[in-house]
Design a protein. Sequence first.
Length: 251
Amino acid sequence: MTSNEKEIREAVKIRYAAKAVGAEKGVEPKAADCCSTAAAPGIYQGSDIVGLPSQVMLASAGCGNPTALSDLKLGETVVDLGSGGGIDCFLAARIVGPSGRVIGVDMTPEMLELARSNCVRVKANNVEFRQGEIENLPIDTDFVDVVISNCVVCLSPDKEAVFREAFRVLRKGGRLHISDMMLVGELPEEIRNDPKKWAECVSGADQKEKYLERLERAGFSEITIQGEERHKADPSLENLRSVYVRAVKSR
């Protein structure tokens, strides 16, 4: 790992640790970037989040709702890459039911502690949270039916490794459903090289075409874009998009 990669990971951990601590205390985050709690009401339908405690909602840090388009089925096993406070895990758990299973993976200890507390709060007996990096998943090969992720791959300095790992843990025929930030143009150099902006889901965003090429190199097929929205939190970032992507492990 290069010194720049270490700096990026540290910036990400600091930001999301603070978010987790704030959520547990009931503190609304000040930031209003693409991955802020302020964006959550526009991302999730009211019926989706009924019954979820404030500690789940305040930790929400996504740019989309990957469970909405993932066509989850009863009994399926799902893994969430960068599960944070657990919101997408809990939504997936409702769909796959008691016969299904959801595993959240996160590298930030404070987020894991919050997610596990939230799991008790929502009585999600079919959800577990594991500590680990999404570039090296603590999950067996050919183990899950669906991989989801919400505004997290853009935080990784090694996206190729993330997609290789997602491919590895999926069973043949398994699906990948991701909501993530991507670029349709260039970012200013000062933003691109700012670790803080990377932790805010901006600097680490790939060009959309490059992102899709990475998925293909990892072995995925049937790669499709299911939706795309302009970045709403900061109009100055006109080249930044929230994109829904689906892919399949067909071999």
